[in-house]
Design a protein around this ligand. Sequence first.
Ligand SMILES: [Zn+2]
Length: 157
Amino acid sequence: MSMKAKTGVKQDKKGVRKKEKMDIRLEYDMKLTEVENKFFSSLKSKDLKAIRCPKCHKVIFPPTDYCPYCREKTKSGKWVNIPNIGKVISQTTIHYSYNPNFPSPYSILAIKIPKTDSILILPSKNTGIYLGDRVRISVKGKREFNITDIEVENMSS
Ligand SMILES: [Zn+2]
């Protein structure tokens, strides 16, 4: 991780200290786990793949290393294709951007995908999607190998 920051305090002509806006950027280098690597690699084929917990058989999407239900390691679980549709069960619009590559406004959507036992929490540049809407989920053409590679389209309007 590296961090760059400008000073946060300046003095005016009278010597009064004033706060100024700071520009702080954090860059992270994170290693993908085996399950994450397999999931992001699967996006190359544009299929949405979930993992079935080897112990409790819940279907987790996006796949995680540990089952959120029983905490079992999932890496020996079976990979399964899931439908590319879902229903928005929660939504909010964000008006401040934390990522220059993901400008505001954008939405954070919570999507229930049939045949899965987890909720997909997804940032989306599409701000025309609301609670209760049915959506189509797809993998975008130009991928960055993160969760924003999954795009959402409103099927209700
Ligand atoms: Zn489990």
